[in-house]
Design a binder for this molecule. Sequence first.
Ligand SMILES: *Cc1c(COP(=O)(O)O)cnc(C)c1O
Length: 322
Amino acid sequence: MTATLPIYDDVVDAGRTLEGVAHRTPVLTSRTLDARLDARVFFKCENFQRVGAFKFRGGYNAVAKLSAAQREAGVVTFSSGNHAQAIALASQLLGVAATIVMPRDAPAAKKAATLGYGARVVEYDRRSQDREQVARSLVEEQGLTLIPPYDHPDVIAGQGTAVKELLEETGPLDALFIPLGGGGLLSGSLLAAHALSPDCAVYGVEPQAGNDGQQSFRTGRIVRIATPDSIADGALTQGLGELTFPLIRQYARDVLTVSDGQLVQALQFFAERMKMVVEPTGCLGAAAVFNEIVPVRGKRIGVLLSGGNVDLSAYAGFLQSA
Ligand SMILES: *Cc1c(COP(=O)(O)O)cnc(C)c1O
């Protein structure tokens, strides 16, 4: 392992770096829901974060932490989702050149958004090329610094600032439910929760179709799976990271799963009752609470809503499905 595990001090440090740059997103509640669950539920609304997801926190922190020489050479990443937008905007704000490696058949809207933040897009062929290899060759040939979507200490520390803000606002909680893909958000959240609310049970929640995190947590080694099929497109990772896994293993209470149907129900609840757009992946933690996958009655609960970026026609379809 080349990088050392981040600690809570790194989250505090990231919080300072993000001050006045990232939004301090609202914490919202619903009386209807609290009455239904006989609980007090606090939603940390990262769907209202810049670029529409918490990923701006980790992305900005990672770019800000680069040396002058690294900033001069520029950064590269290979995600086509929220992390790409986060790196593109963070780089623009910090005056760093960003390259985003994207599949040739990525949605035009995503490509346009990335270009809109001033990033360069390098396309690759999904069938014949490996995106990580394309990015790594740019690192070698052009001296760019690779900023991966989750397995990076500064990314993890940045992601932890959302739960730090939440707990500063709510005080200690009994349980916390966090969407889980590669585990950057969960491991940063665990550092914050362990420091600010040490008795809080923190759960990662992933799609049922891709429960590699649950298998890894329960067996004690990183289990890798084929890319799963779920509407939670921000959590379709094949395995936890070398940095995120040990933090999750040490501090998480458990990893839970929810079905796509349960995600759609949660998405509909947010639209109808709370008047907000939450993307399917952003609903993972909420769906676990709504379906009482673990007991929530009588408890003070935190739920991280991780993002709100969803294609409008897909969203309309989710709203219409029964
Ligand atoms: C990336 C992402 C996740 C998963 O985050 P990890 O750090 O990979 O676990 C969850 N929700 C949204 C909206 C995301 O963009």
